[in-house]
Design a protein. Structure first.
Length: 276
């Protein structure tokens, strides 16, 4: 009789079980998303590595060259239509310094003069006799600009927007950490509550079912985000357009993570099925 009473306590009606699954899947999805966002988009080491992949090298070369051509216009350097194109070797240091500034330390940014000076140093160091004649002309004109050169770089490379983006990234990092802690605390409380009405096998079955749903939504959402640069022309969305193009390949990694989460959840879900 005691066993019967105990078993009755562990019966969860379908509606309550569905509610548990929804909350759990949302929590799992948030945890995975927060962790992956922090170790990818908010990680300067990861992002600099992404710039060196075959898919993203062309993106970086194009975007840096667009700003370099804008710099040529700002300082009045004459150029041909197809000139002023920097190579990967010449654009990579500029992109690295922008990433280090935007999502590296110090985190809150109030001045981008130092970044502009680093870009000037990259231009001075990497444009040599093998570069195009117009690129060399830009380099010479920059030397003549003297103290005004960093401000020309700030205008041409939209460094004020980079500063804003860097500060938003730091706020997002703080929010990610706070949300992660809050979700872990809430998840622990939810699991304890579920243990009051479920046995271990039912708990595992419910949690892994939620993990499968979280994996499905991660695959779906990340897949849609990865397709945005293919469906929509993002070239004219300034810094955000560049982030979306680079992020396209990163979101494919999220899709893979979703598949792994789904498979890892499906195995214990099947084992803990009431029919087994």
């Amino acid at each position: 009789m005691a066993n019967g009473a105990r078993n009755s306590l562990r019966r969860v009606n379908p509606e309550q079980n569905l509610q548990y699954k929804r909350v759990l899947s949302f929590c799992i999805l948030l945890i995975v998303t927060l962790v992956m966002t922090t170790v990818t988009f908010l990680n300067p080491f990861f992002m600099k590595g992404q710039l060196r992949t075959n898919n993203n090298e062309a993106v970086i070369v194009r975007h840096v060259n667009n700003h370099f051509d804008e710099l040529a216009k700002v300082i009045g350097a004459n150029k041909d239509v197809n000139s002023n194109l920097l190579t990967t070797k010449q654009t990579q240091p500029i992109a690295d310094h922008i990433i280090d500034y935007a999502i590296g330390v110090p985190w809150f940014k109030f001045n981008n003069i130092k970044l502009a000076q680093q870009i000037l140093h990259d231009i001075e160091l990497n444009i040599d006799q093998e570069a195009s004649s117009d690129a060399q002309l830009v380099q010479k004109r920059l030397k003549r600009q003297g103290k005004n050169a960093p401000y020309d770089v700030i205008d041409a490379f939209n460094l004020d927007l980079v500063t804003l983006g860097g500060n938003i990234a730091f706020v997002l990092l703080i929010v990610n950490i706070m949300l992660f802690i809050m979700i872990i605390i809430s998840l622990r409380s939810l699991i304890n509550d579920m243990l009051m009405v479920m046995n271990s096998k039912t708990l595992v079955h419910t949690v892994t079912a939620a993990g499968m749903w979280a994996g499905f939504w991660l695959i779906l959402i990340s897949g849609i985000l990865a397709m945005i640069p293919i469906i929509v022309n993002v070239d004219e969305i300034a810094v955000l357009g560049c982030v979306l193009e680079i992020g396209s390949s990163i979101f494919l990694d999220y899709v893979i993570a979703g598949v792994v989460l789904y498979i890892l959840s499906a195995i214990p879900w099947e084992i803990s099925s009431p029919n087994n």
